[in-house]
Design a protein around this ligand. Structure first.
Ligand code: ADP
Ligand code: MG
Length: 340
């Protein structure tokens, strides 16, 4: 009903310097929902750093302490979908009413509302109603409010009313304790030097850290091999390689359009304006370089172009980066933004 996952608890959310502020703000909110100045509480940070986990933990803890309160966890994507459906079915008011009577509303990944003005508008009204009535709002986002794009100013200013707390990359000690806790919960024993090795080498985020340890356990039980440092090395190597290659064409378009401060629709549009054409060519170039997609598939995903256009784009980017200093800087900057 409330969509909360009990495994995503505070107990399982290991504390470290990288998350101390966000974690303790979450605990404060859970102790007194709507009764602290952390309203809304906005937790922001990169992918796999624990936003969803922490959002659930707050809800789970509130449900535990205040069983009578209605707590709802929902992704911004699902919220948007529900809203669109309600408009189609002509019951927009029921939709609004449903959300206005909730005690604790947790919306995950609010960056998804970017550019969706209808949903932002309805959320603005729901937010105001809840806030005025002392109800708690918890939000997560991949960016700080100051860096959010295509979100209405009035909504951004509401986001800043409470507390914005960042989840940063966990340091080595925290990575070790997260791994140990996971192994303990799964009832798996592993030598310390192997845990240290994995924690030392996988720094991207917690999801990948957990992924590596899961593969390690799976590999060893599947092949009936002991978990050795050599096996750990193999897995970590594969993991580091795979995650480097794992960028999507959507992600590339997002990064490139963000870099040039335009939206993805503009990047894909038919216009011949030079800076937009260049942005599009750069997106095609990086898609060719960083994904396994064919020229045809890249073209169809980047504004429905054909394979010849993509090929031409790649040549142009190569040429320009050897002749044009400014252009070379674009390529370097975007390369940095695209690498983990
Ligand atoms: P995000 O929503 O920021 O992308 P998630 O909340 O999905 O990240 O976290 C990814 C994985 O890492 C989840 O399995 C989560 O339980 C785990 N995780 C993240 N931070 C911690 C932490 N501090 N302690 C334990 N597990 C964590
Ligand atoms: Mg998440």
């Amino acid at each position: 009903e409330s969509q909360l996952n009990p495994n995503y608890s505070f107990e399982n959310f290991l504390e470290g310097d990288s998350n101390r502020l966000a974690r303790s703000a979450g605990l404060a909110v859970a102790a007194k929902p709507g009764g602290t100045s952390f309203n809304p509480l906005l937790v922001f940070g990169g992918v796999g750093l624990g936003k969803t986990h922490l959002a659930h933990a707050i809800g789970v803890d509130i449900k535990d302490k205040y069983p009578e309160k209605t707590v709802l966890y929902i992704s911004a994507e699902k919220f948007t979908q529900q809203y669109i459906d309600s408009v189609k079915k002509n019951n927009r008011n029921d939709f609004i009413h449903f959300y206005q009577i909730i005690d604790v509303l947790i919306i995950d990944d609010v960056q998804f509302l970017s550019g969706k003005s209808g949903t932002q508008d309805v959320f603005f009204h729901i937010f105001n109603h809840l806030h005025q009535n002392g109800k708690q709002v918890v939000l997560t986002s991949d960016k700080a409010p100051v860096d959010m794009q295509d979100i209405e100013q009035r909504l951004l200013s509401r986001f800043k009313w409470g507390l914005s707390a960042e989840l940063q990359h966990p340091d080595f000690e925290t990575r070790v304790s997260i791994l140990k806790n996971k192994l303990y919960r799964d009832g798996v024993e592993m030598p310390d030097d192997i845990i240290d090795y994995v924690a030392k080498n996988i720094k991207t985020n917690v999801r990948e850290l957990e992924g590596a340890i899961i593969s390690l356990i799976a590999q060893s039980s599947f092949n009936k091999k002991e978990i050795t440092i050599d096996l750990a090395k193999q897995i970590v190597e594969k993991f580091v390689k795979n995650t480097k290659r794992e960028v999507s064409i959507d992600y590339i378009q997002k990064i490139v359009s963000d870099y040039f401060q335009m939206d993805v629709d503009t990047l894909q549009s038919k216009t011949r304006k030079r800076h937009i054409v260049q942005a599009r060519q750069l997106a095609m170039f990086f898609a060719k370089k960083l994904t396994k997609a064919s020229l045809a598939s890249i073209g169809s995903q980047i504004g429905k172009r054909d394979h010849a256009t993509v090929l031409h784009a790649c040549k142009t980017v190569n040429n320009l980066s050897s002749t044009d200093k400014q252009f070379r800087k674009y390529v370097e900057d975007i390369t940095k933004k695209l690498s983990v």
